[in-house]
Write a protein that binds this ligand. Structure first.
Ligand code: G4P
Length: 285
């Protein structure tokens, strides 16, 4: 399997983000808690130079809680503010408003010294496709959120969502495409469903997922599907097909159906909480 994105998309999205960057104080970057590094584009660091930064480990409900803690420390050690959230259910969202104020305290202090009081912090949400940007915006904005409307000259027609008197959010998130330094990043993105399944070989993907799960979370597949976790991943897939009665033409094992079922179980959290990558300690890298 080989993973690639269209460069055209990236150039356009990046240009738009650069333009919006001029209007904001804070970049709220969403990453997928199951693969925090592989789900971010490192260009964001260059793009958001001189801006306050907040990283949200979104979908933390699907990721290993121990790893979530490790990833929060990892990003905090790099100087980012970092919070784990579940945008779908609203978990962690309430605490963010304080974290935003804290992340922007230097700017607020600068404003204060210049006599500017109570100017709201302006933020933009960025992240790769499918990481949960719209869900997060809806979650933090809530029902009460009112769009502040166009402010010609100041915002160049951008729409801002007033979260409260202290924070305004640009209503269009910035889309960054993930960067494929190596194909293992593509593989993880495919596991979580961020690459269209139609262009992938699902049986191969399912087999690769089995290799990962058996190694990182031994016992999970055998408990869930009542199979034996052997070193032969394709054989495991066949066993899943058997135990879940995935059959074609009467009694032939349907490994495609089994792989689809397996990936679906993983993506929706039915295999339990799993994280695909762990933070590399500086001394290991
Ligand atoms: P995007 O704007 O960044 O492209 O992502 P979007 O908000 O559309 O979210 C992509 C998918 O991720 C949605 O699922 C959404 O419900 C889900 N999601 C977002 N945040 C979280 C979270 O914190 N936890 C979990 N478990 N899921 C989250 P979908 O299947 O496309 O839609 P739906 O069936 O959930 O409505």
């Amino acid at each position: 399997m080989y993973f690639q994105w269209y460069p055209g998309h990236m150039t356009k999205a990046k240009r738009m983000m650069q333009e919006n960057m001029k209007l904001i104080d804070l970049v709220i970057e969403l990453v997928d808690a199951r693969m925090p590094l592989s789900s971010r584009n490192p260009d964001i660091d260059e793009l958001s130079k001189n801006k306050a930064r907040l990283i949200l480990l979104n979908k933390s409900d699907l990721a290993d809680s121990r790893r979530n803690e490790e990833w929060v420390s990892y990003f905090e050690n790099k100087g980012f503010s970092c919070v784990m959230v579940n945008s779908k259910k609203g978990g962690g969202i309430k605490s963010i408003q304080n974290v935003i104020r804290e992340a922007c305290k230097e700017k607020i202090e600068r404003d204060r010294k210049r006599g500017i009081l109570n100017r709201p912090v302006r933020a933009m949400v960025v992240g790769i496709p499918n990481v949960g940007k719209s869900t997060f915006i809806n979650s933090i904005a809530g029902k009460a959120a009112a769009k502040t409307g166009n402010k010609p000259g100041v915002t160049k027609g951008k729409q801002w969502i007033r979260i409260n008197k202290n924070v305004e959010l640009l209503d269009t998130p910035g889309i960054l495409w993930p960067k494929f330094e190596d194909q293992s990043v593509g593989l993880k993105l495919a596991f979580i469903g961020s690459i269209k399944d139609e262009i992938l070989n699902i049986e191969e993907l399912g087999t690769e997922f089995i290799k990962f799960a058996v190694n990182a979370y031994p016992g999970v597949l055998s408990d869930k599907y009542e199979i034996e976790e052997t070193g032969d991943a394709f054989e495991c897939l066949r066993e899943i097909a058997e135990s879940r009665h995935c059959l074609v033409r009467g009694n032939e094992l349907d490994t495609l159906k089994a792989a689809t079922l397996l990936l679906d179980d993983f993506r929706s959290g039915r295999l339990g909480r799993m994280t695909l990558e762990e933070p590399v300690r500086e001394c290991d890298s």
